[in-house]
Design a binder for this molecule. Structure first.
Ligand code: URA
Length: 435
């Protein structure tokens, strides 16, 4: 090539700007362009500002099903894929798109293992108003999130359930791209969310996967239509890769259960494992367990029995102990509490999930930056949920924090977050099923 026509791309087969322009102008990226751009970004040959521009073009222009499938495959190929072939039980996993008070993994993983499947759950820490499963489990004294591949496989074989941190080797392209999307306003693109979640889940190697796609104020997806599109996209990706994939669309307009915050949610999960707990948490745990078990080919077992007879609790204790935790140790409690009373008598008509999530975060339960520490005891306890009747002055919410100075900003977040009146319109917890 003569100097006059040198695009400056050196030995790279494509010019990044051409790839960006193609998507910016509403065109379709071909397989070779997608494979290259993901690989080149992972090794640093495509700059962050270029990938930001491409992510924004994808957010604005969308992607075809074929583009999303190739993008996902390229992200999987950017790292290692776990080999679970040594695990003798059928493997089945669950992923939630994230919500407020979503502690379902905690009772669900041991419950499904107690019913005969193996549950390999690679989880993350929370960012922003939605909590992270690892943060919750780390409130148990001694429990550690980091396992080697050998430890992971050994525990999966012996206990049947592992919840631990995903290693750096899994879909490294997504790790880099997700951090970039977080600071460039490009998280909300359905093709990018679907490929991000599914690249990690497929690389994890489980045979079956159940997706809990949250809808409502406390979720990424605010409308049922968007959630349905995300669910369909992810189910198609899983199916193409040979993973038996089903999605449930579930309500996230109000928090799940009666707690939002790390140790508070562990305590509530223990109630579920002991056969009690709030009815919405129990209902969703059992619905997801049935889907996970069906995906694993275990259709003749009723997970409700394993909650009732203590088998799920036994697996929980084994799972926590195997990762250094003491399942009998007292959980951390915040130093300060502040009660919010019901301003009037009536029926709770609305209690907003996002506001409760932001309040819990401001109380110290969540982090603003990846490197921030979280407070194990901080969070919000709900004394009433939509549909409950309250008397004026009776406790409605209870705020927990290590530092009383955090209460004012949490109360700001809760301003206008609830309605108490005479009319309550119940909405279903499970809104749809996509297979
Ligand atoms: N969770 C992910 O892992 N990726 C996204 O893009 C959004 C939520």
């Amino acid at each position: 090539m003569s100097e006059a026509f040198d695009t400056g791309r050196g030995s790279e087969p494509f010019d990044t700007v051409d790839v960006i322009r193609t998507k910016r102008d509403g065109g379709t990226l071909d397989d070779a362009q997608i494979d290259w751009v993901i690989d080149a970004y992972t090794r640093g040959a495509v700059a962050d500002e270029q990938m930001s521009a491409l992510a924004m073009a994808i957010l604005l222009r969308g992607m075809s099903g074929a583009e999303i499938a190739r993008w996902t495959a390229a992200m999987i190929a950017s790292g290692e894929t776990l080999d679970l072939s040594s695990v003798t039980r059928p493997t089945t996993d669950k992923h939630s798109t994230g919500g407020v008070g979503d502690k379902i993994t905690l009772p669900l993983a041991p419950l499904v293992a107690a019913c005969g499947a193996a549950v390999p759950q690679l989880s993350g820490r929370g960012l922003g108003h939605t909590g992270g499963t690892l943060d919750k489990l780390e409130s148990i004294p001694g429990w550690r999130a980091q396992l080697s591949n050998d430890e992971f496989l050994r525990q999966l074989g012996s206990v049947g359930a592992v919840v631990c941190a995903a290693g750096d080797g899994l879909a490294p392209a997504d790790r880099k791209l997700y951090a970039l999307r977080d600071v460039t306003g490009t998280v909300e693109a359905i093709p990018l969310i679907a490929s991000s979640i599914m690249s990690k889940k497929i690389a994890e190697g489980s045979s079956a996967l159940v997706l809990d796609v949250k809808v409502g104020t406390g979720a990424f997806m605010k409308s049922v239509d968007d959630a349905r599109e995300l669910a369909r996209t992810m189910v198609a990706l899983g199916t193409e890769h040979g993973t038996h994939t089903v999605a449930l669309l579930t309500d996230m307009s109000t928090p799940l259960g009666l707690t939002a915050g790390n140790a508070l949610e562990v305590r509530e999960s223990l109630e579920v494992l002991a056969g009690g707990g709030p009815s919405d948490v129990v209902t969703l745990t059992l619905a997801l367990a049935r889907e996970m078990l069906a995906g694993a080919g275990l259709v003749d077992v009723d997970p409700a029995d394993a909650l009732r007879d203590g088998r799920a609790m036994d697996v929980w204790r084994a799972m926590i102990t195997a990762q250094g935790g003491d399942p009998s140790a007292a959980l951390p409690v915040a130093r300060e509490t502040h009660t919010v009373p019901a301003p009037t008598s009536g029926t709770v008509a609305r209690l907003d999930a996002l506001a409760v999530g932001v309040a819990a975060w401001r109380l110290g339960a969540g982090r603003a930056r990846k490197e921030d520490a979280v407070s194990a005891g901080a969070g919000v306890v709900l004394h009433a949920k939509p549909g409950d009747t309250v008397q004026a002055g009776q406790p409605l919410l209870e705020l927990h924090a290590d530092d009383a100075g955090r209460f004012d900003r949490a109360l700001d977040a809760l301003h206008g977050a609830y309605d108490i009146g005479t009319v309550y319109e119940p909405s279903p917890l499970i809104l749809d099923r996509i297979a």
